[in-house]
Design a protein around this ligand. Structure first.
Ligand SMILES: [Cu+2]
Length: 172
């Protein structure tokens, strides 16, 4: 009996995190996982959203644009170090390697929202449309996490947390 309870517990602990993080959008060969954004403080009119994008079936794709009804303009951004100062730079496109995934995250690549129509509030869902060269438009809803959050769904500062595979390059 103990044995079957242990077995059940193992199943439950394995299943619960996976279900909690099953926030995925799949279309045309690309999968967009756990999209999230940071709440915006005060009267800020810019925000950032983060996602994990994978091309699991092996065919590479390219993220070429993004838009949101909640923002006047959306750009794909990266961070670069310039003389010891971290700066943001617009990317015209972002390659998604075939059979692999890329993680957009704070201090790295991100989706930048300008001219927000209103503040992003914790708990809200932010609609974003990602446009891929091959997969076309993928509509997602990013969960808005607290101001300064480092990850989605309470995964703040927990590199290697189950639910995120190690290949996503967590940690700095
Ligand atoms: Cu930016």
């Amino acid at each position: 009996m103990n044995r079957s309870i242990a077995w059940l517990a193992a199943i439950l602990t394995a299943w619960v995190p996976a279900a909690a993080f099953a926030h995925e959008y799949e279309s045309g060969g690309v999968t967009v996982s756990h999209p999230w954004a940071r709440a915006t403080p005060g009267g800020a009119t810019v925000g950032a959203a983060y996602v994990e994008i994978s091309a699991k079936d092996g065919a590479p794709d390219t993220l070429v644009a993004a838009s949101s009804p909640a923002a006047g303009r959306v750009e794909i951004h990266t961070h670069t170090m310039d003389g010891g100062v971290m700066k943001m730079r617009k990317l015209e496109k972002l390659a998604i390697p075939g059979g692999s995934s890329i993680l957009l995250q704070p201090s790295g690549n991100h989706i930048m929202l300008f001219e927000l129509t209103g503040p992003l509030k914790e708990g809200d869902l932010l609609p974003v449309t990602l446009v891929f060269e091959k997969a076309g438009e993928v509509k997602i809803e990013a969960t808005v996490e607290p101001v300064g959050a480092k990850g989605p769904h309470g995964m703040n500062g927990q590199p290697g947390h189950e639910g995120h595979e190690d290949h996503t390059g967590h940690g700095k």
